[in-house]
Design a protein around this ligand. Structure first.
Ligand code: B12
Ligand code: SF4
Length: 418
């Protein structure tokens, strides 16, 4: 039997973890009885072109704009194989992020030229941005937000062109996924998990609100069974939560960690966590015992004025208290910072620097530091000049180098396009 649907992961995209969005969509549609093929053109082209990880992952408009032409020129055989594979499918889906949008639109155009009857469906985080830029054309389907229900609707009766935030109510109705359909040798065996969708918080700079409307999560029992399933299938102990935050509900996290321990799963897991006031030492210890080996914390600033302007919902002293608790629970964590948020003057910048240097024995590592980018256009004209913020970032790097504070070099300034 031929595939009715093909979903293509176009480049450039993250290389390590298998593509979770496509996996969810595939398993959802297959549960509904449809045959779905996945083509990971991202890893295929990365390996065929013998590119370097740094070329592939560094944000660069030139690279992103010229990649399709380059592939057509040098690796036309790979594209011919794609056309052959998808020949009989009626629906072709693309998952759009900012970085692979040019490539996806170009490939979709070629597919349309060769197979005018095929229906093209675009989904993924970039569609909401394209909609705001009025770039959704009328001869394709566009899905904004979560994809499972709208994808099925389009296949069954596709009456509209644009589908917005048709979200699943009960995430536990989703089938367990695995990655047997991919060659897992091309990826790291740190498998992705997604226990919740959305974020209940509304930090002012964050574009999360364009990705999902209502916060929902799986039950801890479902997550533990999903982990067992992946562990048995792929013989791995390593997992990465892709959730926006893992501590949306304190009680959830307690129950989840206890279940991991009770089931003796012996996994290693990492996740993003939000600074939480009065975070209990007992919970930190439980997380450690259940296998948590790293946490990513969005501190963003250590100036109370800037934290308030950002609507982060915590101040520097509660962040420090939280970090101390993680430390006492023997949890490793890394913090991210934003420089140049409107309202951050030299004084506020100094406050952040002082906080980091003064607490260098408590904060194990800087995960990421970036210039503030006004994605949401909340501050038109009010952002500091880029060269001024770049200076702050550079002076921060000089200081952490001097203070021998650990940081991930490739994640410094990595949100700015070259
Ligand atoms: C985990 C994560 C990462 C992980 C990646 C792990 C992985 N497996 O990919 C890491 C930390 C490595 C990472 C890196 C980066 N990330 Co990131 N990341 C995320 C995060 C938190 C979750 C992504 C995820 O796995 N979601 C789970 C899946 C199931 O959801 P989904 O992809 O949205 O798919 C659903 C819908 O979008 C839709 N859908 C998706 N595709 C399709 C296709 C069709 C046909 C249909 C119908 C529907 C559909 O249906 C899916 C299921 O409901 C998101 C924020 C978020 N909350 O989503 C940011 C996010 C995706 N990342 C983002 C960015 C910018 C990056 C970086 C570029 C940052 C950087 N400069 O380094 C890098 C990318 C690497 C690189 N340099 O190229 C942005 C992308 C913005 C954009 N418009 O492109 C996001 C949205 C964060 C944000 N709010 O800005 N990231
Ligand atoms: S807690 Fe994190 S994901 Fe949620 S709105 Fe704030 S920055 Fe965004």
């Amino acid at each position: 039997m031929k595939e009715l649907v093909y979903i293509i992961q176009t480049p450039p995209f993250w290389l390590k973890t298998p593509p979770l969005s496509l996996t969810y969509l595939k398993f959802y549609l297959e549960k509904e009885g449809l045959r779905v093929g996945i083509l990971d053109l991202n890893t295929l082209l990365f390996h065929s072109s013998k590119s370097t990880t740094s070329t592939w992952l560094t944000l660069s408009s030139n690279f992103e704009k010229s990649l399709f032409e380059f592939v057509e020129d040098k690796y036309s055989q790979v594209l011919d194989d794609v056309y052959k594979k998808i020949k009989d499918a009626e629906f072709i889906g693309f998952s759009l992020l900012k970085r692979n949008t040019e490539f996806s639109l170009a490939l979709a155009e070629k597919i349309k030229q060769r197979f005018p009857k095929k229906k093209i469906i675009f989904g993924g985080p970039q569609t909401s941005i394209l909609e705001r830029e009025q770039k959704l054309n009328a001869d394709c389907y566009w899905v904004i937000g979560e994809g499972e229900r709208p994808f099925l609707d389009i296949i069954r009766n596709g009456k509209r062109r644009i589908y917005r935030f048709q979200e699943l109510e009960n995430l536990d109705t989703l089938a367990f996924y695995d990655f047997e359909y991919l060659n897992l040798k091309n990826y790291s065996l740190h498998l992705p998990l997604f226990s919740s969708r959305g974020c209940p918080h509304k930090c002012r700079f964050c574009s999360e609100r364009f990705l999902s409307k209502k916060f929902r999560c799986h039950s801890p029992e479902y997550m533990v069974d999903q982990i067992k399933y992946l562990k048995n299938k792929h013989k791995t102990h390593n997992f990465v939560f892709c959730d926006s935050l893992i501590n949306y509900k304190r009680q959830w996290l307690h129950v989840f960690c206890r279940l991991l321990i009770k089931n003796n799963l012996k996994i290693n897991w990492e996740a993003q966590i939000r600074v939480e006031k009065n975070f209990s030492l007992e919970l930190a210890k439980l997380m450690k015992k259940s296998g948590c080996y790293n946490l990513f914390v969005g501190l963003e600033s250590a100036s109370d004025k800037v934290l308030t302007l950002m609507d982060k919902g915590f101040d520097a002293s509660s962040a420090l208290c939280f970090f101390n608790t993680l430390r006492r629970g023997d949890l490793h964590f890394e913090v991210s910072l934003i420089f140049g948020y409107p309202g951050e003057g030299e004084k506020e910048f100094e406050e952040t620097i002082n906080f980091i240097t003064k607490n260098k024995k408590i904060i194990p590592k800087i995960a990421q530091a970036n210039l503030f980018l006004d994605y949401l256009n909340n501050f038109s004209g009010k952002s500091l000049p880029e060269n001024k913020i770049k200076k702050r970032l550079q002076s921060f790097i000089n200081i952490i180098d001097k203070e021998k504070i650990k940081y991930t070099k490739s994640f410094i300034g990595n949100l700015t396009y070259s």
